[in-house]
Structure formats: structure tokens, C-alpha cells
Design a protein around this ligand. Structure first.
Ligand code: GDP
Length: 393
């Protein structure tokens, strides 16, 4: 899949920068992208995005200092400067792109406000689908972040074709601050979505038995709403693969469990069983957004890795197992062979009906809004009750 990334705000910029780095290292050249921010220092801190693809907006309003956590200003600036953003995207080239993917932290200001705006305009201008990867703030960041994220997510769901949600709170370790966890969380994001968004592109290992192409991913995401992604990986060690360091060289199982012992290459039934076990582990392990998978309307199963480990029967059986466990009947899937001594399974659970974290987010946002209104009324009445005339009206 050829993806055009738009990283909005600090978090979005860092994650896109990492995608571009991964793409460059693997030599696959499937990803391109720009980053947009109201804060000059955030743009300067990136390492891999070319300077010309770092777009500073809102200079006349915030003078390169960012919008703080004011996502209304973030949205306004993005709308005012939409032409220069679209222009930068066009200059980078969009003719061979399969999808746009906007990435942003939804709790802040620039990305939270700007991503629904850019989603709306991209959808109007291009025929290709527009997806978002929205990062939810941890509750410890405070209620303003939660409130911003709730407003941004509810707008984004309407504007984008589908929103992948990644919950920072679910991924940081107990006792660890979100800030300290950022680079690890970003690696987790890039690892999962890197495998997914690269699917269908012919790699060095050739074409798979039952290839997942971009239309399968697009059809899975067609229902809209929010999606969550599961992932599991296992190492394959054989004489032939021992020496290889492939695309997934950096892919460890980082679901917080003990690393699995390397497994020998398998054949026949064993190979199928291993694929099924891997897919189950992906779906039942930690998802990007913890959710009730049985409420998902559609799913996609992708098995990527060493061609010798790909198994058609295993993928078919794994698809049936996923189908039995989700609400809908549309389960797509296939393989993506790449030169690697790892095998990874990615499961997209799409158009999810129930995620407690999202419900909580909206509940806290609702309470916060009511409290803001109450304290505003209190303030107004305190001055009204004083009965002192202002100097002028
Ligand atoms: P913006 O620049 O105004 O869009 O705001 P930020 O991107 O700095 O922050 C918005 C949200 O994203 C907050 O909830 C942060 O916790 C989160 N965030 C910031 N940086 C990162 C990052 O590198 N990775 C992740 N996963 N989240 C981040």
C-alpha cells in the first residue's frame, strides 16, 4: 500500500518521522509524508523528514510558538492555511498514492484541532481514502487533554474514512510517565502500522500465496468509525534464516510478555497451527485500543514474514476463527512474504461498537464541559451580584 502520511502536531510529526526512517532503512520506499505544526521547535527537532516537507502554519497568529493546548485555535489556523498544506501535499506528489493517513495526538492543540480539518479537505479533493491514527492521552495528563481528545475524536470520526485509535494509557507501563514512554510507544505504533501499510507491495521475497492488497485493507475500513489493531510476532530460526536480518529485524514481541524461544521451521499441519496461534495471540493480546473485539463489524488478518513460514491453510483457518469471534462476517486476509527471520500477524478490528476507554473519555469530557459552564456562570453572577457599575460599557 502506498501511503501518504500527514503528521500533525508534535506527536504526529514524531511518529511520521519514524515511519519515514523505517521505510528508508528497509529500502522499500512505500511511504512519503509531510509534517505540519504551529511550533517551530517541534519541526526542527525531527530527524528524517526533509526540511521542505516540514510545514509551519499560524505564524501570524502564534509566531511559531504553538497553540498550547487550545485545539479550537489549532483547528482555525489549519482551516485558514489549508491551501498551503494542500499545496505541500501536491508538491510531494499524490498520483500513485493508495491512501492518506493523518497522525496526531488528540489531546493537545495543533494535531487535535488540525487533523479533522485536513481530513475534511483531503476527502473533498482526492478520491483516495483518508484514514487517521489518533493517539489518546493518558488520564494523568489532565482533564483538558481528555476533553480535547473527545472533541477531536468525535469530529475526526465524521471527517475521516476510519480512525485507528492508539491509547497511550494502555501502553505505558505501570508507574512510568507518558513522556518517558513516548519513544517506546512510537516504536510500537510504527511496528504495527508499518507491517500493515506495507502489505501488498512486492518485496524482495516475492508475491505471497494469497496476497493482501490495498483494496482488501480499504474494504475492511469502509465501515468507518474506529478501529483497533492487534499484533504478535515470533522468531524463526533455521540454518538458512539464521544468517538473515530482514525487514522485521527490529520486531520483538513487546506485548509485555516474556520473549518466546526461537522456533524451528515447521511443515504441514504444524505450520498451520503456528499461524493460527499467532493470529489468536495478536487478537487476544494488547490491542492499540483495548476494546470488546466481539463488537467489531469487519476484520483483516495479515501474516507477514519468512516465505517458508507462510501457510494458506493456516491463514484460512485463522480467518474463520476471527469470524467466529467478531460481530460481522466480513473477514479478509492473506500473507505478505518478506525476507525476515520473523513471522508477524496483524489483525485489524474495524468499526468497533464498544471500547470502555472511549466511553470513559466522553463521560469525563461531558462532566468537564458541565463544570466549565457552571464555573463560568458562578464567575458571572459574582460580578453581577456586586452591583458595581463598570467604567464604560
Ligand atoms: P500538539 O503539538 O499541540 O498537537 O500536541 P502534542 O502532540 O505535543 O500532544 C498531544 C498529545 O499527544 C498528548 O496527549 C501527548 O501525551 C501525546 N504525545 C505527545 N508526544 C507524543 C509521542 O511522541 N508519542 C505518543 N504516543 N504520544 C505523544
Amino acid at each position: 500500500m502506498r501511503v501518504f502520511f500527514i503528521g500533525f502536531g508534535q506527536a504526529g510529526g514524531k511518529v511520521v518521522d519514524m515511519f519515514i526512517e523505517q521505510d528508508r532503512k528497509s529500502g522499500s520506499n512505500n511511504f512519503r509524508g509531510i509534517v505540519v505544526n504551529t511550533a517551530r521547535t517541534d519541526l526542527m527537532g525531527l530527524k528524517n523528514i526533509e526540511m521542505k516537507d516540514r510545514i509551519l502554519i499560524g505564524q501570524t497568529v502564534v509566531k511559531g510558538h504553538g497553540v498550547g493546548t487550545d485545539n479550537v485555535t489549532g483547528a482555525r489556523i489549519a482551516a485558514d492555511e489549508i491551501d498551503s498544506i494542500i499545496n505541500a501535499i501536491d508538491t510531494r506528489g499524490t498520483h500513485d498514492v493508495d491512501a492518506f493517513v493523518i497522525i496526531a495526538g488528540l489531546g493537545g492543540g495543533t494535531g487535535s484541532g488540525g487533523s479533522p480539518v485536513i481530513a475534511r479537505h483531503l476527502k473533498r479533493i482526492y478520491r483516495e481514502p483518508v484514514y487517521a491514527v489518533g493517539l489518546l492521552p493518558a488520564p494523568e495528563e489532565g482533564r483538558l487533554y481528555t476533553y480535547n481528545a473527545a472533541r477531536s475524536l468525535s469530529t475526526l470520526v465524521k471527517e475521516a474514512d476510519n480512525v485507528f485509535v492508539f491509547d497511550n494509557a494502555a501502553w505505558k507501563n505501570e508507574g512510568e510517565s507518558v513522556k518517558n514512554a513516548y519513544s517506546r510507544l512510537n516504536e510500537e505504533i510504527v511496528r504495527r502500522f508499518g507491517v500493515l501499510f506495507r502489505a501488498g507491495e512486492v518485496g524482495k521475497a516475492g508475491v505471497g500465496e494469497m496476497v493482501v492488497d490495498s483494496s482488501e485493507i480499504i474494504n475492511t475500513l469502509r465501515g468507518g468509525g474506529i478501529s483497533s489493531v492487534g499484533y504478535a510476532v515470533t522468531e524463526v530460526v533455521s540454518e538458512r534464516t539464521k544468517k538473515k536480518k530482514g525487514l522485521f529485524g527490529g520486531l520483538r514481541d513487546s506485548i509485555g510478555k516474556k520473549e518466546e524461544a526461537p522456533e524451528e521451521m515447521l511443515t504441514g499441519e504444524d505450520k498451520s497451527a503456528k499461524v493460527i496461534a499467532l493470529v489468536r495471540r495478536a487478537m487476544l493480546g494488547r490491542l492499540t485500543l483495548p476494546c470488546d473485539y466481539s463488537t467489531a463489524e469487519r476484520a483483516l488478518v495479515l501474516v507477514a514474514g519468512s516465505p517458508s513460514e507462510m501457510d494458506r491453510k493456516g491463514v484460512e483457518k485463522a480467518k474463520s476463527w476471527v469470524e467466529e469471534n467478531i460481530a460481522g462476517v466480513e473477514v479478509r486476509g492473506g500473507d505478505y512474504p518478506v525476507e525476515s527471520n520473523y513471522v508477524a500477524a496483524v489483525v485489524i478490528l474495524s468499526t468497533i461498537g464498544e471500547a470502555p476507554r472511549v466511553r470513559d473519555l466522553f463521560e469525563i469530557a461531558k462532566q468537564t464541559k458541565e463544570e466549565v459552564i457552571r464555573s463560568k456562570e458562578k464567575r458571572v453572577s459574582m460580578f453581577d451580584e456586586a452591583g458595581v457599575d463598570p467604567l464604560f460599557e
